[in-house]
Design a binder for this molecule. Structure first.
Ligand code: ADP
Ligand code: MG
Length: 340
């Protein structure tokens, strides 16, 4: 059974960056406004995330890493949200199956102290042989601290497929950076650093007055930020979507496309949208080159299908072709207007 679970876990967790994405989403779901990430060897040796969100009730700790144990049906109340966000209660379970050590320290605002629990293979485990596996009281601030060590120590083929620590770190940093842009205008700050250094590689404020463009400027520089045009409230009631974002103009281009695509506040790959946007810019940028595009799309949760792939990275949704075409036309109009 444990082998089957480990294989299933390896389908969900591929590399540090996607484990981190799951953990970030959990922190955001818990209402965190500050999320601090520390990685050792690109997250392979250690991946740590601290948030100031709601915390986990001590009584929920024993089943936290059980497969399909999710509090989010209870909290959000409907199955449609579940499918949109991919709430399936598999992320923590999967991480506990493919790491040598995983522990959680968490405190809700209703408790006087935090509790620490260790997990392996979906269950509570003693921190040292011979001790009890029960969660233990410890010092801690409101929120949750999760530390996972030695990713894929027991899945050699996954471990071999990883790139260098530097490469894995950059992939993880890229995920953090994209979430930082999307949530920068919503008052959520992110910090990311290597365990080997006190200097941060990414640091965005958790401030209600910070805007999306401020965050883009912080992370991508003013040379990019000043060339961006705001796409405001594109919507179509019949197709059931809304979209806004920031896109580069016809006077700016780069060697490769930067695409930040959020659907219902989740970072996703939308291959059709990416291809269509690239095709549009190919006609707009006379000397070639590629755009910088951030799009936040909201669709009816009931219309999203995230189950095409267990990592939930790629999504499809109802009226996808029409919606993509609609968005591309609006970007085209926007840039035509911005140029004249
Ligand atoms: P899911 O997010 O699909 O519910 P996960 O395995 O990602 O499943 O998380 C399991 C459960 O653990 C969540 O439903 C939530 O109740 C709890 N949880 C995980 N991370 C956090 C966190 N950072 N803060 C508060 N609760 C959390
Ligand atoms: Mg989750």
């Amino acid at each position: 059974e444990s082998v089957v679970n480990r294989i299933a876990a390896g389908e969900i967790i591929h590399r540090p960056a996607n484990a981190l994405k799951e953990l970030i989403e959990n922190s955001l779901d818990a209402g965190a406004t500050l999320i601090r990430i520390t990685l050792k060897e690109g997250g392979i040796k250690m991946l740590q995330i601290q948030d100031n969100g709601s915390g986990i009730q001590p009584s929920d700790l024993p089943l936290l890493c059980e497969r399909f144990a999710t509090s989010k049906l209870r909290d959000f109340g409907d199955l449609e949200n579940m499918s949109t966000f991919g709430f399936r209660g598999e992320a923590l379970a999967s991480i506990s199956y493919v790491t040598a050590s995983m522990n959680v320290v968490s405190k809700t605002k209703h408790q006087d102290c935090a509790f620490r629990a260790y997990y392996a293979n979906g269950s509570l485990t003693p921190s040292k042989p011979g001790q009890s596996a029960d969660p233990k009281q410890c010092a801690g601030t409101d929120g949750t601290l999760i530390t996972a060590e030695d990713l894929f120590y027991n899945v050699p083929q996954r471990r071999r497929a990883l790139r260098s620590a530097a490469d894995e770190y950059n992939r993880a940093l890229d995920v953090v950076s994209k979430y930082a842009v999307h949530y920068g205008g919503k008052g959520v700050g992110f910090v990311c650093r290597k365990a080997s250094s006190n200097a941060t590689d990414l640091n965005t404020p958790s401030s209600p007055t910070n805007s999306t463009l401020d965050t883009i400027r912080t992370l991508h520089g003013n040379a990019v930020a000043r060339e961006l045009v705001q796409l405001k409230g594109v919507a179509d009631g019949n197709l059931g979507f809304q979209c806004h974002g920031w896109v580069s103009g016809a006077n700016w281009s780069s060697k490769r496309t930067t695409m930040l695509c959020f659907i219902n506040n989740r970072l996703v790959d939308c291959p059709l949208l990416k291809r269509s946007i690239e095709a549009l810019y190919a006609t707009l940028l006379p000397k070639g080159g590629h755009p910088w595009v951030y799009l936040s799309i909201t669709v009816n949760p009931a219309n999203v299908d995230v189950n095409v792939h267990p990592t939930k990275k790629e999504v499809h949704f109802l009226h996808e072709e029409e919606i993509v075409e609609h968005i591309c036309q609006d970007v085209q109009k926007l840039l035509a207007g911005a140029n004249s």
